[in-house]
Design a protein around this ligand. Structure first.
Ligand code: NAD
Length: 467
């Protein structure tokens, strides 16, 4: 877990000068043509493909991330997102015709997407490569300049982004700023055309109030507690496998990780047995020795998670090692809803299991709390699935799965309420970094007098007929 070179904040970092330089590029119109956008996206694809091993090395250094997980969630995800964007970009950029009312004929109306300008992208540490570059795909596709600010908590990933991005992309249009709170604060003081923030609710509020000073639009990709509902009709062995996979991925340090389970009373014991059997199958009886399980990112988060272990009764797991920042995936019972474990986003490998009488009680439990980023329902009963879908609100949902709604390019990814605002992925990323301009074009060869003074009843009658 020793860190490779850490990118220190540049001593000569000048946020205002940086934004002025990028704004000059933006005003030169160089970033608008599809040719520039596609060239940048192709270079970003080259960056990911040509540096796969180095990027995986940075992830292993920051998070002890198994190579397969790093490849799947960061490298492969980015490749697919870039390839999809390259394929679709031409059609996304096309003006979208709208019907023009009779009264405005002859004329044509259409929606014309235009770039916003200079964007700021602030990324977190948990998927430090993917969550810095995926928004950048949208920013470049939409023809913007951008500054990427990776997280200081994942120093190896920040360092590699700072070293590679200028080598591959147009340096006058894309910049990386490393560092921590002082650098981000200096960036947030500048005027941006969009701020795309991924992180926690606390910093989300800081970002939004900084943006308000300039009336800058924001996308906030935040977190929260994503519940899992398991009813008595669920296929328990499949449920256990998918649930443990989703919780163990990156050792639970995933914004859409299953946070806690609400299980119908009658199937609680068999579900717990299936979860334990799955843990043994995936990681053996000494999970610390498994090469397929990540470590906790920092001592701070390690201590925070350990302190929450006492909020319930451990039914399986509980092992930890501060040297390696290892925490075993731990199932907890008898957890009070008032405990920190149930009040805070866990963001680690602890899984509280709470018993409910039925699906209605589970829905009430979810609805009594802030709207989650994701909600997972495991059930074989179509009407129970529909009940949960229609009566709860969350950023996204999986039925009989978890996490994987993230990778469907057609689905918008984002939160609702305190789990965030706005969304991205695929066309939604392009839309996030574009302004949809409404345009009406009128020829001048005819100019009916209907709309002009002096007004009279006949004009009103005809206008009413035509609109
Ligand atoms: P964080 O909010 O602490 O930090 C995010 C970014 O904000 C970092 O780049 C950091 O340098 C910067 N930052 C920190 N303090 C700041 C301050 N005072 N002023 C300005 N900038 C500041 O989040 P994190 O710990 O890196 O990530 C964990 C959180 O992110 C969790 O809540 C998780 O759910 C959420 N998250 C959400 C998504 C999503 O897509 N919705 C994805 C990953 C993580």
């Amino acid at each position: 877990m020793s860190a490779i070179a850490v990118a220190p904040p540049s001593p000569s970092f000048d946020a205002a000068a940086l934004v002025a330089r990028l704004r000059q590029t933006w005003q030169s119109d160089r970033t608008r043509p599809i040719g520039w956008r596609k060239a940048q996206l192709r270079r970003l694809l080259d960056l990911v493909k040509e540096n796969e091993q180095a990027l995986l090395g940075a992830l292993a250094s920051d998070l002890g991330r198994p190579s397969f997980e790093g490849w799947l969630a960061e490298i492969r995800y980015l490749e697919l997102e870039i390839e999809h964007t390259l394929k679709e970009l031409h059609s996304w950029m096309k003006p979208e015709r709208q019907s023009t009312p009779m009264v405005l004929q002859p004329g044509s109306a259409y929606v014309l997407p235009e770039p916003l300008g200079v964007a700021l992208i602030i990324a977190p540490w948990n998927y430090p490569i993917q969550l810095a570059l995926a928004p950048l795909i949208g920013a470049l596709a939409a023809g913007n300049c951008a500054v990427v600010k990776p997280s200081e908590v994942s120093p190896a990933s920040s360092a590699i982004l700072a070293s590679l991005l200028p080598k591959y992309l147009d340096k006058d249009a894309v910049a990386v700023v490393t560092g921590a709170v002082p650098e981000t604060t200096a960036l947030l003081e500048q005027r941006w055309d969009h701020i795309f923030f991924t992180g926690g609710e606390r910093v989300g509020k800081i970002v939004m109030s900084a943006a308000a000073k300039h009336l800058t639009p924001v996308t906030l990709e935040l977190g929260g507690k994503s519940p899992v509902i398991v009813d008595k009709t669920a296929n328990l062995s499949v449920t256990a496998k998918r649930l443990i996979w989703g919780k163990a991925f990156n050792a639970g340090q995933t914004c859409i990780a299953p946070d806690y389970v609400l299980v119908e009373d009658s199937v609680k014991r068999p579900l717990v047995d299936a979860l334990i059997a799955t843990l043994m199958e995936f990681f053996g009886d000494t999970p610390k020795a498994s090469p397929d399980y990540s470590r906790i990112v920092s001592d701070h988060h390690f201590k925070r998670l350990l302190s929450m272990l006492s909020d319930g009764t451990v039914v399986h797991g509980g092992d930890s090692d501060p040297e390696q920042r290892f925490i075993e995936l731990t199932l907890l019972d008898e957890v009070s809803p008032e405990s920190r474990l149930m009040q805070e986003e866990i963001f680690g490998p602890l899984l509280p299991i709470i018993t409910v009488k039925d699906v209605d009680e589970a829905v009430r439990f979810v609805n009594a709390r802030p709207k989650p980023l994701a909600l997972y329902m495991f059930s074989g009963d179509r009407s129970a699935q529909q009940k949960v879908l229609s009566r709860t609100s969350s950023g996204g949902v999986c039925i009989n799965d978890c996490i994987n709604h993230f990778v469907v390019p057609g689905l918008p990814f984002g939160g609702v309420g305190t789990s965030g605002m706005g969304g991205y992925h695929g066309k939604h990323s392009f839309d996030t970094f574009s302004h949809n301009k409404g345009v009406l074009e009128k020829p001048t060869f005819v100019d009916p007098a209907l709309r002009y003074p002096p007004y009279n009843d006949a004009k009103k009658k005809w206008t009413r007929r035509l609109m």
